[in-house]
Design a protein around this ligand. Sequence first.
Ligand SMILES: [Mg+2]
Length: 223
Amino acid sequence: MRLKTFLYTLCLRRYRAVSFDIFDTLLERDVDRPVDVFLRVGDIVLGAGKGEQFQADRIAAEKAARVPAPNGEVTLDDIYEALIAAGYDRETAEELKTEEVRSELNGCFVKASMKPVFDAALKRGKTVFLISDMYLPPEVISGMAARCGYEGYEKLFVSNEYGVSKRSGKLFDEVLKEYDLSKKDLLHIGDSIGADLLGARKAGIAALPVARKNRLGRLLDRS
Ligand SMILES: [Mg+2]
């Protein structure tokens, strides 16, 4: 067992349950920034060279969709409705949405440093949750996890399904409530300072950080 896996696994001992963030924690995507997926989607559906405009429109649509949403939590459908409201025709929007899902599914791969930690948690009989602040439908996210070899976990919690986020601490509260766990039963592992480390702190649960590729670039980009 590698030292890093060993150290994480050691930390699991005191807890009955472990929640893993998904993006940049258990799996990675074949783009530098999540919004770069939109570039590819635009080029494929609208034609070469159209990716940049679509990327800008897709980002703006997500922003617009979040404004009226309770707690700012939106689904992929909400985002594409905002895109239609901004002038895209419905048929094209549907094609773009389908391609976005396909690109996400095809563009993800396992984060090799964390798979052994996930496996060790299961092997040691921990109740394992996946938990994500994300607009993608739960079935797409579980499909991405499955593609990367993540099976056997108890349940996936996605913010857009519950209407509350990790970042606020409230999605962790949902996990505790649904599984009748106390705060000291659960350990969270994730890469985001705001959503994973501070969010867990708001919920009163312990958290461990995970290194993320290109953190500086992402910070400068504020995404
Ligand atoms: Mg993450």
